[in-house]
Design a protein around this ligand. Structure first.
Ligand code: F6R
Length: 639
């Protein structure tokens, strides 16, 4: 914000407060709409479909004959529903929200919507970076603040503009000029019972075109039961929404037509379909999901480069001299597996660097025009990964970028030059499962596509494709371990720590297995390359410490065996997930889980599944909320 626009007395305040950190929020959920019937039940249903994002409070505001009605509750949407039963609300236009706070307490006063002087109500997802400065200015104008959030400034700013006369649309358009940061918002006013105004800026928002009205939501899953027609807003777009029509204006205020896209998501995709949890359903969907990655993208022992990666891909791959993969969390672990593949002499034989997005973006990386920058993300919205993608585009426009992503029309698929869609279907469980295995299959196709330009033999390509095509069946076999792993869960569930070991491309699988365990069971679990055991973590091993080892039948297995002996010598309890060909010395402290026999190269795609199942059953045994683990949100759209 330009401090010169404010009176001198305020400039120092502004400079000081700008140094403070704004409240940070991760993936709140927004739904809003205007309908020809009572919109409230539609909005609450939509909000429930966004529950997977994780949240701590929920709220609703609507334009009723009495003016703006607003109800907010700490806790689950269920609590808000109960409050609505006691205080029924009926309106044609309304907005609802789930809030997930990282800074600023989860509380009713901080829950959205935020209302300014009973005239304007706002829901918001994102961060207003200059909210402290704006607060100071608005206080001078006698606005009172009743929350600790950055969002409340938006309500007051819109109100300040709106009080001057004019439409809600122009009030919002003017107000957002003052905002810095990332925000998607939906706004209602007491004088407009059939209108909402919504804005997208660096935080996703779609318009859903329904039979009985028009809606907005943070993502399509919220609205999929009422429509499959969506308009994806661009950054800076302001949408003026009515029951029978809507108009979109771009950031310059010009009326624009954004294309209507038909989503192939179905209401079943966002339901549990007979499973106890979304995560369980998604683990079991992996054979089909991996088949979809390969369908139409390989033929006669070859990767169909154009079909898989787009028509510019072959040229781009031919000039690529190195690969830099950037991702977060589970997507980062799939990249670590890919590094083994990319650098193999018999495959792509290409230098491959892998970094966590939040680290890479702040270490001033040198950008190279002949490096292919690969951004991996289930959601396509992860703020750090997206920021890295934009950094490459701005810093080295001639470099090429590709995203491997599960969500069409996400920010990353729009920003990257090439897109490979993993087609895993909606992943609702916070803990990523099918996104991981589909990313691995995609990364193997990318490895082969790059390999083809770098001397990989046609025979090798064909062999790897044969192995890849066996993966869906091998995944089905791995899922048969479900019952056996469920039996291990109660004992495992009593532990507070666990060590995961792997070697070679199974090392990232150990990391991913330990991440699954910690995020849903809350057991402290660490992944290590097995060879590192005696360099430190062995000190932790005693009879209380379960050690999980992933042991494929490859050249490293003998070395892994000696690592495992070190564990048994300290009375550590060993759980070895091993290929049937691995010979293991059995004793009463060793449990062996026999994995499907599968080609070593693609084994990581299959061997992660039993680790997902183990984490799942342990979390269930501990009575945890599997799909919405504490403190976590599905998609991290702010830094
Ligand atoms: C873990 C998990 C997270 C995500 C990470 C990146 O189970 O889900 O670690 O993998 O937040 O998210 P995406 O892939 O959407 O960029």
């Amino acid at each position: 914000m330009d401090g010169d626009r404010f009176p001198p007395s305020l400039r120092k305040v502004i400079t000081d407060v700008l140094k403070q950190q704004p409240e940070k929020k991760i993936m709140c959920g927004i739904v809003g709409g205007v309908s020809n019937t009572n919109v409230i039940p539609i909005l609450i249903d939509g909000l429930e479909r966004l529950e997977y994002r994780g949240y701590d409070s929920a709220g609703v505001a609507a334009v009723t004959p009495e003016g703006i009605s607003c109800l907010r509750r700490l806790g689950k949407i269920e609590v808000l529903r109960e409050a609505l039963e006691e205080n029924p609300m009926s309106a044609l236009a309304g907005i609802v929200h789930t809030r997930w706070a990282t800074h600023g307490k989860p509380s009713e006063k901080n829950a959205h919507p935020h209302v300014s002087q009973a005239a304007i109500a706002v829901v918001h997802n994102g961060i207003i970076e200059n909210h402290v400065a704006l607060r100071a200015v608005l206080r001078e104008k006698a606005y009172e603040f009743s929350s600790d959030t950055d969002t409340e400034v938006i309500a007051h700013l819109v109100n300040e503009q709106w009080k001057g006369g004019g439409s809600l649309l122009s009030a919002v358009q003017n107000a957002v000029q003052e905002l810095e940061g990332a925000y998607s918002i939906a706004v209602i006013s007491k004088n407009d019972p059939e209108n909402i105004v919504a804005v997208r800026m660096k935080s996703p928002l779609v318009i859903g075109i329904g039979k009985n009205g028009n809606f907005v939501a943070s993502d399509v899953s919220a609205l999929i039961s009422i429509t499959n027609q969506f308009v994806y807003l661009e950054d800076g777009d302001v949408a003026d929404i009515y029951q029978a029509h809507f108009v979109v204006y771009d950031k310059t205020g010009k009326k624009v037509e954004r294309p209507i896209k038909v989503s192939d998501l179905s209401p079943e995709d966002v339901s549990r379909g007979g499973f106890l949890h979304f995560m369980q359903k998604e683990i079991h969907e992996q054979p089909d999901a991996v088949s979809r990655v390969l369908d139409g993208r390989v033929k006669d022992g070859k990767v169909l480069i154009e079909e898989a990666f787009g028509n510019k891909a072959a040229k781009i791959f031919a000039r690529t001299e190195a690969v830099q993969i950037i991702a977060c969390g589970t997507s980062h672990y799939s990249s670590l597996v890919a590094r083994y593949w990319m650098e193999m002499e018999s495959l792509a034989d290409i230098p491959c660097h892998v970094d966590v997005a939040s680290e890479w973006r702040y270490r001033n990386p040198r950008l190279h025009s002949r490096t292919l920058y690969v951004f991996i993300s289930q959601s396509g919205e992860t703020a750090d990964t997206l920021a890295c993608l934009n950094m490459v585009k701005e810093g080295k426009p001639e470099a090429h970028t590709i995203t491997i992503c599960n969500v069409p029309e996400s920010s990353m698929t729009r920003e990257a030059e090439l897109t490979f869609l993993t087609k895993a279907g909606a992943e609702i469980g916070v803990a990523s499962t099918k996104a991981f295995t589909t990313q691995l299959a995609a990364l193997m196709l990318l490895t082969l596509a790059l390999g083809r330009t770098r001397g990989m033999t046609a025979k090798k390509e064909a062999e790897v494709i044969v192995s890849l095509l066996t993966v869906p069946e091998k995944l089905r076999e791995a899922l048969l371990l479900d019952g056996e792993l469920r039996l291990l869960a109660p004992g495992f569930g009593k532990k507070e720590h666990a060590l995961y070991l792997g070697r070679g491309s199974e090392y990232p699988i150990a990391l991913e297995g330990s991440l699954k365990m910690k995020e849903i069971s809350y057991i402290h679990a660490e992944g290590y390359p097995a060879g590192e055991l005696k360099h430190g973590p062995l000190a932790l091993v005693n009879e209380e410490m379960p050690v999980i080892a992933v042991a494929p039948n490859d050249v490293l297995v003998e070395k892994l065996q000696s690592n495992l002996k070190e564990v048994r010598a300290r009375n550590g309890q060993l759980f070895i997930f091993a290929s049937p060909d691995v010979k293991i010395d059995l004793d009463e402290g060793t449990t062996v889980i026999a994995l499907p026999r599968v080609d070593e190269l693609v084994a990581p795609i299959v061997y992660v599944v039993p680790l997902q199942l183990l984490a799942y059953h342990v979390a269930v045994a501990r009575g945890n909320n599997v799909d919405q683990p504490r403190n976590l949100a599905k998609s991290v759209t702010v830094e």
